[in-house]
Design a protein around this ligand. Structure first.
Ligand SMILES: Nc1ncnc2c1ncn2[C@@H]1O[C@H](COP(=O)(O)OP(=O)(O)OP(=O)(O)O)[C@@H](O)[C@H]1O
Ligand SMILES: [Mg+2]
Length: 287
């Protein structure tokens, strides 16, 4: 086993396994032989250029589209044998566009729908709804229509509605889009909290800062194929890989490349602006 990824077969600690998964909406394949295993309780990012196939991959994972070839194993079970509803009990998803997900008259009703739909007894639902509202800081909107909220708030409602389902695997498609820094901090606390409960987290994101700080493992998808997987910091600082996959070099990594000509001790693992500042402050205090 290497970190969030697993190498051995039929391992009980595997949450999700994709084995040579292919899919195309028409004759053109979008996913071309995707294989990976994700360990239970780990946090993994899927990054890649627009159109790489990230959302398609998540759709396959939750069973709303089915691979034309290959297998998806969730918690040891072949998902071919499971209905969408059965998969939904195990895997929750917060879609890239929250509006695809919201339909109820009030935020509270939205959050109650999922658990009610999978047969959670009515007496347990208010508590689940309340704690999800609190976790996403949207308690004050409980009786509002989700459609009258801002985009960032609607995304938080969509996230909260997944929390009430208590899924063991949770996928987020671009969760930090439109979120201010306070909301991002709350979301990163939420991810840690879910992780400490043993949930497996899969985050599709273009937010390099967020991914580098919060998600230790990353998979790079480009034109429907996996180009790399490994520790997030190693992936994001691999300028050749990032360029080849159309992701570009994060600005701080670009800065580090140039600055290292003057200071060869400047750490290769620095990705975030905050880390650059901390490095310089540390250097200054040493003098
Ligand atoms: N419902 C659909 N019908 C036909 N083609 C689709 C459909 N959804 C996506 N595609 C195509 O499949 C490819 C992969 O799309 P996908 O949405 O998975 O990419 P993505 O990596 O999530 O991109 P983004 O970063 O822009 O969200 C694209 O070429 C897209 O045009
Ligand atoms: Mg997408």
């Amino acid at each position: 086993m290497i970190g969030g990824f697993l190498l051995s077969y039929k391992d009980e600690s595997v949450a999700v396994e994709l084995d040579d998964v292919w899919f195309g909406y028409d004759s053109e394949p979008v996913l071309q032989g995707i294989s990976f295993k994700i360990k239970k309780g780990s946090k993994v990012a899927i990054i890649g250029e627009n159109g790489a196939g990230k959302t398609t991959l998540l759709r396959c994972l939750i069973g709303i589209i089915r691979p034309t070839k290959g297998n998806i194993i969730i918690n040891g079970e072949d998902s071919k044998k499971s209905s969408v509803a059965e998969i939904a009990r195990k895997v929750g998803i917060v879609f890239q566009n929250p509006d695809y997900q919201l339909f109820s008259k009030t935020v509270s009703e939205e959050l109650a729908f999922g658990p009610r739909n999978i047969g959670v007894p009515e007496e347990f639902i208010p508590e689940k709804v309340h704690s999800a509202l609190e976790a996403l800081n949207i308690l004050k909107y409980a009786e509002n229509s989700p459609f009258l909220l801002s985009e960032g708030e609607r995304r938080r409602v969509a996230i909260a509605s997944i929390l009430t389902m208590n899924s063991i695997i949770i996928c987020f498609d671009e969760p930090t889009l439109g979120q201010d820094s306070y909301a991002k901090t709350r979301f990163s606390e939420l991810l840690s909290n879910l992780s400490s409960q043993g949930k497996t987290i899969i985050v599709v994101s273009h937010d390099v800062d967020f991914v580098s700080e919060n998600i230790p493992w990353a998979i790079v998808l480009s034109r429907g194929q996996i180009k790399a997987k490994g520790p997030t910091k190693e992936i994001l600082t691999d300028t050749k890989l990032m360029d080849e996959c159309g992701l570009g070099t994060p600005p701080t990594v670009e800065f580090a490349l140039h600055y290292r000509k003057f200071d060869k001790n400047f750490p290769k693992t620095i990705i975030r602006e905050k880390e650059v500042l901390e490095y310089f402050l540390h250097q200054k205090n040493q003098k």
